[in-house]
Design a protein around this ligand. Sequence first.
Ligand code: SAH
Ligand code: SF4
Length: 355
Amino acid sequence: MNFSLEELKNNLIQRGEKPFRASQIFKSLHSGLNFCDMTDVSKEFRAKLNEEFIDQPVEIVESVKSVDGTEKFLFKLPDGNLIESVLMKYKYGYTICISTQVGCRMGCAFCASGLDGLVRNLEPAEMLGQIIMVNKYLGGGIADKRKIINVVLMGSGEPLDNYDNTIKFLRLVSEKGGINISPRNVSLSTSGLVPQMYKLAEENIDINLTVSLHFPFDDERKEIMPIAKAYSINEILSACENYFNKTGRRYIFEYVLINQKNDTKRHADKLIELFAGKPCHVNLIRLNEVKENQLKTVTDKNAYRFLGLLEKGGLSATLRRRMGADIEGACGQLRRRYINDIKNNSKMEDNYEKN
Ligand code: SAH
Ligand code: SF4
């Protein structure tokens, strides 16, 4: 499933197969079918494909639904690794938040995904597979039968640290004849890998760019986000402006509100100074508390006060509604719980055997 339609066509031609088969297979894979279900392909050829390729690289292991309708999916990969996606329902349709790596090596203090470092990069097909499997789960197909409208790369992992696979995925997801989601409906979130942000601007893929800023001061940002030691906020802003100049797409800053760390008037004033008059938007998010660290989420009162300060200062800003708080909404939390449960179970089994 890593193949683009063109690559699949070339591969089939080399095998002496008819090129039109490529469109059939591409369409079926993007609809979530396995080779064995592709009844429009001969049995012998299906068997050959099965021997050589993996049709659907992700498998849903568990899904948990929140009282607010947010649903979290845990997937198993061919090598046994686990990843997560979160599905959110809005008035206009579904948005899926997908993972781009198993774990993450950026080590932000508030994030569950980075706690154990990076395990491995996801393949393009493993990113795409999360969308395809959940779309199928929702009863959706491709083209006008698709249920998922928007995709955000905001699950576990730093997409720009898995640059080539992410770019390949971004091209695959919008291919005609496949799941075909327009780049305008795709958003990529980065912790601010400046050189890759410049590279992305040259790719001619006009997706929405979101940067996890979280602090307007470099010294405070460095304490919570190690990547801030490599790139300053000013360098990030220049990279965002370059992205805007090249693509015409407004950029968004994510700002996770952490009690008494970044939710004061001093922080709001600095954000206003940095962003007033710029073609950007600030998305405030309440911290989802992770039990492995001491950071506390913001009170509702302070969250609205902070939003009010930004708006008064002329910034375009919103406070994201709390979603999936009861299902461990923050990226990486369900996966961690599942892995810990497995570890605890096997520890219990060990103890049982020892007794
Ligand atoms: N690595 C990328 C994309 C994945 S993280 C990035 O950092 O942007 C997606 C978003 O979730 C980021 O804005 C991140 O800061 C936020 N996030 C991580 N842990 C969180 C938590 N515990 N509570 C709220 N948001 C969190
Ligand atoms: Fe990685 Fe993003 Fe989590 Fe930071 S917030 S550790 S960059 S996934």
